[in-house]
Design a protein around this ligand. Structure first.
Ligand SMILES: *Cc1c(COP(=O)(O)O)cnc(C)c1O
Length: 364
């Protein structure tokens, strides 16, 4: 039996009856866009995150774009972000006309390095986009004071603690509900969270063509709405996200118990980390990947070509060697099977397949 990288469906198997009822009630209502479920989810998510306002949008990428636009970032501005992240982080910066300035990462956490970020601040710096990579809170409080921080919290719904959630630390945060994220829906969805009510109002206008009353268009905006069916799915799942994240954390600890640490470098499972992905490091990555594949274990490197070396950003002039820790992480990382509910038997198989790679390495 092969082991997948993630099993989205296993996480909500016990909720299917409630899901079907909630979706059917949207269908029966005939109200599909900006209705009671989007409003309800926005309120419930804001309460959960501990922020004043939350605005549902079409996806996580748009959550970043609309936030940056609402902050006034545009041509002539620089926005600092890590290069070891999903493309959308920097794409959003470029999409609003600003210049992405890539900084390096801390090797132990894979999150942006606040010292390197501070070094890259200029008079043009408009904001820093800090990514909570793979579900681990980024070091927001160590970032230079006085520069607005936007949290790319796409991989980190529920990270932090009940008293202080990821998504409540910056001027605003962007979440994604793509089906592999910690909180997810059955398609695309996103959210902007903020304590700044004026910023929230601008994002709300931007998601509806720059209008607040559907008649007067004060800005050139977007069509970027969370829809009612996805909001109904999210309202079903939100009360379970803490349990799911708890299961992910337990699974992370279990990878230590089954001896995976003898095979590769494991991510530290510090408080607040919600393991959207379980990403290890190995200098012998190809050997590890071959051994996992032959045992039927799904595994894959993430961000093998980091953003500063992507063709779309060649115009920025970075070269190989520009961001050494980023490049090392890109060449050494492997994501292993992780979802809310993965069990010990599967994890023992993963560890055994990993050990086989080390044994091969040790033999003459
Ligand atoms: C998933 C993701 C996004 C984009 O979210 P979408 O909903 O797919 O648009 C942005 N940043 C990071 C770090 C992500 O993982």
């Amino acid at each position: 039996m092969s082991i997948p990288l993630t099993d989205v469906r296993a996480q909500y198997a016990s909720l299917e009856a409630e899901l079907h009822a909630r979706i059917a009630s949207v269908v029966d209502s005939g109200h599909f866009i900006l209705g009671p479920n989007v409003r309800g989810f926005e309120q419930e998510a804001a309460r959960y995150l501990g922020v004043e306002a939350a605005v549902g949008v079409a996806n996580g990428t748009d959550a970043l774009i609309l936030t940056l636009e609402a902050l006034g970032a545009g041509p002539g501005d620089e926005v600092i972000c890590p290069a070891f992240t999903f493309f959308a982080t920097a794409e959003a910066i470029a999409r609003v006309g600003a210049t992405p300035i890539f900084c390096d990462i801390e090797p132990e956490t894979l999150n942006l390095d606040p010292v390197d970020a501070a070094r890259r601040v200029t008079s043009q710096t408009k904001a820093i986009v800090a990514v909570h990579l793979f579900g681990r809170p980024a070091p927001i409080s160590a970032l230079p004071a006085g520069i607005p921080v936007v949290e790319d919290a796409a991989q980190a719904f529920g990270a932090g603690s009940a008293q202080s959630r990821a998504g409540s630390w910056g001027v605003a945060a962007a979440f994604s509900f793509f089906p592999t994220k910690n909180l997810f829906c059955f398609g695309d969805g996103g959210l902007v969270a903020t304590d700044d009510l004026e910023l929230a109002d601008r994002v709300r206008a931007l998601r509806f063509h720059g209008s607040t009353d559907k008649e007067t268009f004060g800005l050139v905006g977007h069509n970027s709405r969370l829809d009612e069916i996805q909001a109904a799915v999210l309202r079903t799942f939100l009360p379970h996200v803490d349990d799911w994240n708890g299961l992910r954390r337990e699974a992370a600890l279990r990878y230590e118990e089954v001896g995976l640490g003898r095979v590769c470098q494991l991510p530290r499972s510090e408080a607040g980390h919600v393991f959207q992905l379980y990403v290890v490091r190995s200098r012998e990555r190809d050997r590890l990947l071959r051994s996992l594949a032959s045992a039927g274990v799904a595994a894959r490197p993430y961000y093998r070509t980091p953003l500063h070396l992507q063709p779309a950003f060649a115009y920025l002039g970075y070269t190989e060697g520009s961001l050494p820790e980023t490049e090392r992480a890109a060449s050494e990382n492997v994501a292993l099977p992780m979802w809310a509910g993965i069990g010990r038997a599967d994890q023992e198989k993963v560890a055994a397949a990993g050990r086989a790679a080390v044994v091969v390495e040790a033999s003459p």
